[in-house]
Design a protein around this ligand. Sequence first.
Ligand SMILES: C[S@@+](CC[C@H](N)C(=O)[O-])C[C@H]1O[C@@H](n2cnc3c(N)ncnc32)[C@H](O)[C@@H]1O
Length: 202
Amino acid sequence: MPEHTKVMGKEWADARREANVARLRATLATALAGRTGITFELGCGHGHWLAAYAAAHPGEYCVGIDLITHRVERSVRKQTLGKLDNVIFLKAEATEFLEALPSQVNLAKIFILYPDPWPKKKHHKNRFISPANLALLASRASPGARLHFRTDNADYFDWTLDHLSAHPKWRVEPGNTWPFEQKTFFEERMKDRRDVFAVRAE
Ligand SMILES: C[S@@+](CC[C@H](N)C(=O)[O-])C[C@H]1O[C@@H](n2cnc3c(N)ncnc32)[C@H](O)[C@@H]1O
C-alpha cells in the first residue's frame, strides 16, 4: 500500500475513533447522570446474561456493550420486554467506551463472558486481554472492583490468568464461584467453561 494511503487510513481511523468517543461521551453523560458505580459487561452479545443479572440485582446499575448492532438490538429488546430500569445496552467498542465514561463513574464489577478467543497464534494480538487493556480497565475500576472472566478456550484461560497475575493493578483470586448463572447465547454452544476472578488492587 502506498505510504500516503496508509497515512490517510490512519487519519481516517483516528477521526472515526474520536467521533465515536464524542458520541458515547454525550450518550453516557445523560444515561449515567448521578451514578458513581456500574456493573459492566464487555461483549454482551444478545444480552441474555446481563438482562437476567439486572433483573436479579435491582440494586445495581448495569451497562452492557457490544460491537455488533443486531446483538445490541436484541439486548435492548430484552431490557424493554423485561421492563428493566437498571440496565442499558449500547453499541460501543470497549476501549472507546472506557475513554468516554464520565469521570465520576467507576466500574464496580466487570464481566467478560466467552470473549473471542482468537485461537491462532498470529491472531493472539487481537485478544481483548492484554497489558494495555488491563491497565485501561483498572484505571476505570474502583479499588476492590471484581473482574469475572469466563471462556471455553483452554489457551485463552491460561493467557488471561498469566496476564492478570503479571499485572500490578490486578490480584487473581483463585477458588471463587461464578456469582450468577444464566446461559449466554455462546455458552449454549460451548462444551467447556473456565473461570478467572481478579480484584482491582488497592
Ligand atoms: C463470542 S461473543 C460472546 C457474546 C456473549 N458474551 C455470549 O457469551 O453470548 C464475543 C462478543 O464480544 C464482542 N466484542 C469483541 N470485541 C469487543 C470490543 N472491543 N468491544 C465491545 N465488544 C466486543 C463481539 O462483538 C461479540 O458479540
